[in-house]
Design a protein around this ligand. Structure first.
Ligand SMILES: NC(=O)c1ccc[n+]([C@@H]2O[C@H](COP(=O)([O-])OP(=O)(O)OC[C@H]3O[C@@H](n4cnc5c(N)ncnc54)[C@H](OP(=O)(O)O)[C@@H]3O)[C@@H](O)[C@H]2O)c1
Length: 282
């Protein structure tokens, strides 16, 4: 299993997403348990955002991580584009830190591109970094042209990651964004890595080839989707689940080493892009 280098750390390549978590009181204990099962089995990265449930996901995470050593975790949160100004970003961050009951984030992301100039957002991010409130910053849902604009800014090179939608059925970024990020040695964070429980209509997990590869590795199709996502050692996949059994299976996907032949077979049913494609969003 390859740990992924990100922001000066080496972390387990599977993390935990938290979108749609923390909203329902009757599911709270189950969701806390799902996060803890992940952490007990080696997961370090937890991905959340001020937007998720209007802070409810961050509150849930705070509760779940209470018994754990903060230094071993890698907490990510995101600022809404409308809050990414010099004035508002520090307030948003402070609120996230309070909800998460921690005094720093490992990574703070601009959730998507908005109207506030990126120069101003980066300046604000660098300031809160100097204050020790975040260890690093990055972006989300940005394509090549926007990353290029960031790279020519004075502190642009400090951008630690780009979090984008990536799974076997959504390979568009392999055409140009992935090569660019590889060149920059910038790790990718893949959201929707199991294609939202295979609900995007691509029927990934029903593919005979995927099922056969899963059988060969004594695993299931969801685990193969995750193993595929993290295959190059530069990607962290952040599947979301409130089901402890799924979380356990997702963690185990990090041990699966897909062979050259497996990858070729997967390419034959879900080919690499041969031309530029618009970034898949949400
Ligand atoms: N930056 C952004 O704009 C952005 C956008 C979207 C998502 N994200 C982040 O990425 C995370 C993951 O993305 P996502 O939640 O959209 O999609 P996802 O992780 O691909 O899919 C989540 C769904 O997959 C199911 N699932 C997970 N593991 C499974 C398994 N082993 N077997 C069967 N089903 C499984 C879950 O089921 P159960 O509900 O039954 O557990 C859940 O319904 C989010 O939670 C969020 O933190 C970021």
């Amino acid at each position: 299993m390859n740990k992924v280098k990100i922001a000066g750390r080496k972390v387990f390549p599977i993390g935990l997403g938290t979108w749609n978590m923390g909203d329902k009181a009757d599911k709270f204990e189950q969701e806390v348990e799902a996060i803890r099962v992940g952490l007990d089995n080696g997961i370090q990265v937890i991905d959340t955002a001020e937007m998720y449930g209007d802070g409810n996901a961050e509150r849930l995470v705070a509760h779940a991580i209470k018994p754990y050593n903060r230094e071993e975790l890698f907490l990510i949160s995101k600022v809404l584009p409308s809050n990414a100004s010099k004035k508002q970003l520090p307030i948003s961050l402070e609120n996230s830190l309070k909800r998460l009951n921690t005094d720093y984030l490992d990574l703070y992301l601009l959730h998507w591109k908005g109207n506030i100039p990126i120069e101003e957002t980066i300046e604000a991010l660098e300031k809160v970094k100097r204050q020790g409130k975040i260890k690093s910053w990055g972006v989300s849902n940005l394509d090549v042209d926007d990353l290029e604009k960031i790279m020519i800014l004075p502190d642009g090179i400090k951008c630690a990651t780009n979090q984008v939608r990536y799974n076997l059925g959504d390979r568009g970024i392999e055409f140009d964004l992935v090569p660019m990020m590889n060149k920059l040695e910038m790790p990718l964070i893949a959201y929707a890595p199991v294609a939202r429980g295979d609900s995007f209509g691509t029927n990934l997990t029903k593919q005979k080839v995927l099922k056969e590869i899963a059988k060969k590795h004594h695993s299931d199709s969801f685990q193969i989707l995750l193993a595929w996502c993290i295959r190059n050692g530069q990607t962290i996949a952040i599947p979301q689940s409130s089901n402890t059994a799924y979380v356990r299976e997702n963690v185990k996907a990090a041990e699966i080493q897909l062979t050259h032949q497996d990858l070729e077979q997967l390419d034959s049913i879900y080919p690499k892009p041969s031309m530029k494609q618009p970034l898949a969003l949400w």
